[in-house]
Design a protein around this ligand. Structure first.
Ligand code: NHW
Ligand code: EN5
Length: 388
């Protein structure tokens, strides 16, 4: 059934429940000299291109490919619309490799028709910190689908990851593949219910009027937690300590150092927002919350073309109740004119989702590891990892 995935070092469906299989790498790493030195063959009309994301024109081409061909919901009403600034951020964390930003062009026209990326990350699985690639932005142009181009893209990124002596990867997808480490539910908190209903993102509940719905989702004008403020560069050491300690409680989580925190969590306009609570008495940083900006194009609506969505990223509470912290995150998202605040049921998110009026979406997100077996699928609350 999975002609490609059956050949790959990933957990297979037939092995589910087989507790005799050991946790850890599925196949051993090989000497670098045994890694294939030349790129995989593409169908003759196409050529590989390594994408220099600093190049404004290259960035434009990637943006356009994704804006027109990347992930849609199951009814093709919305399509992710990652901004160029977001793509630059997502693709250039500390230690990134340009060789892992891989495009495919039509030889004659030079049109970009496919893309896949990796970025390096240290991911802890139980007690082991493993060097991995995080794979994202796999995209094949709509007109070139089902021609088995995706397996070639995946093999090529795997080869280039191996050339850096890295043998594991993490990725998420909305589709079921062999085999999820965990499966999460998307939840949505309406901030602009009228627009969400008008564009078909949500529906008016039974026995609900528009004005009752607007009232239901109303939020205070300003945040309530004393000492709640935007994260700044000098907060990096304190935030790193807070996050490292928090993430140590989950089975799968990134092993962030100060450089990672500076890259992934320092606020960037229209890309990532981070807030913290600095105790007015002790000036200690006790709590942290963050979200990233990922709009979606609204397909075929006469009145609106863009949905402004915030996605919950990493949140840590030690002194402020998580519920109150996340309510403040909703308030700032509303101030910044987001239409919806999305979250997965990872980490401790289940403790605030229902109370803060998030509702379950129609989408699920499956988490995967490449060449690393976990004995049993994890609960979503055992995941401490959010991919973009
Ligand atoms: S998930 C988002 C993926 N992108 C989209 O959904 C965009 C819209 N769709 C498309 O562009 C986030 C195409 O439909 C794609 C498939 C390109 C998805 N992951 O070329 P064929 C990520 O980016 C398998 C993995 O004919 P297509 C994560 C499928 O099961 N595999 O299909 C990416 C089948 O294999 P099978 C996927 O529709 C992680 C084969 O592809 C997949 O024209 C990548 C069919 O290929 C998906 N999302 O193109 C893996 N969707 O065995 C990284 C389909 O079942 C692994 N397939 O026959 C690690 C690598 C690094 C290792 C380092 C040590
Ligand atoms: C890799 N980084 O399906 C990502 N989104 O629920 C790739 N649904 O927005 C994997 N269908 O439920 C991506 N509204 C997998 C996700 C692909 C995108 C996707 C879902 C997640 C989504 C919305 C719109 C549905 C439109 C019709 C949805 C209901 C919201 C409602 C608000 C009020 C309270 C109840 C819920």
């Amino acid at each position: 059934r999975h002609k490609f995935w059956e050949t790959q070092p990933v957990g297979q469906f037939k092995d589910i429940g087989n507790s005799a299989l050991p946790e850890g790498p599925i196949e051993p790493s090989t000497p670098l000299s045994e890694v294939k030195q030349e790129p995989y063959n593409l169908p003759n009309l196409y050529e590989w291109v390594t994408c220099d994301i600093h190049d404004e024109q290259m960035c434009d081409e990637i943006y356009t490919l994704l804006a027109n061909n990347y992930v849609e919901d199951d009814e093709n009403m919305f399509r992710f619309n990652y901004s160029k600034e977001f793509l630059r951020w997502a693709l250039q964390p500390p230690g990134y490799f340009t060789s892992w930003h891989i495009g495919v062009r039509v030889k004659t026209s030079k049109k970009m028709v496919a893309f896949i990326t990796g970025v390096p990350a240290r991911i802890r699985v139980r007690d082991e910190v493993v060097s991995m690639a995080e794979i994202n932005f796999l995209c094949v142009h709509k007109k070139l689908r089902t021609k088995r181009l995706a397996p070639v893209m995946i093999k090529e990124v795997t080869r280039r990851v191996h050339l850096e002596n890295i043998w594991q990867a993490a990725y998420t997808a909305g589709v079921i593949l062999p085999t999820p480490v965990s499966t999460c539910q998307y939840w949505h908190r309406s901030l602009n219910p009228k627009k969400l209903i008008d564009v078909g993102f949500s529906r008016l509940g039974a026995r609900m009027t528009m004005s009752r719905t607007i009232k239901l989702y109303k939020l205070p004008e300003s945040t309530v937690t004393p000492g709640f403020r935007k994260m700044e560069i000098h907060d990096v050491p304190a935030v790193t300590r807070l996050i490292r300690n928090y993430l140590s409680h989950f089975i799968v989580a990134p092993d962030f150092d100060e450089n990672d925190v500076e890259h992934w969590l320092l606020p960037r306009e229209n890309v990532v927002d981070s807030y913290l609570v600095e105790s007015p008495e002790t000036h200690e940083v006790t709590d942290f919350c963050s979200f990233y900006t990922l709009p979606s194009s609204i397909l075929g609506n006469p009145n609106y073309s863009n949905l402004k969505a915030a996605y919950s990223f990493y949140n840590v509470s030690t002194a402020t109740p998580l519920l109150q912290l996340m309510n403040d995150a909703l308030i700032v998202a509303k101030q910044k004119d987001f239409d919806v605040f999305n979250a997965l049921d990872v980490m401790q998110n289940e403790t605030f989702l229902k109370e803060l009026k998030f509702g379950p979406g129609d989408g699920k997100l499956h988490y995967y590891l490449y060449n690393y077996r976990v004995r049993q699928a994890l609960k979503s609350s055992e995941l401490g990892l959010v991919l973009l």
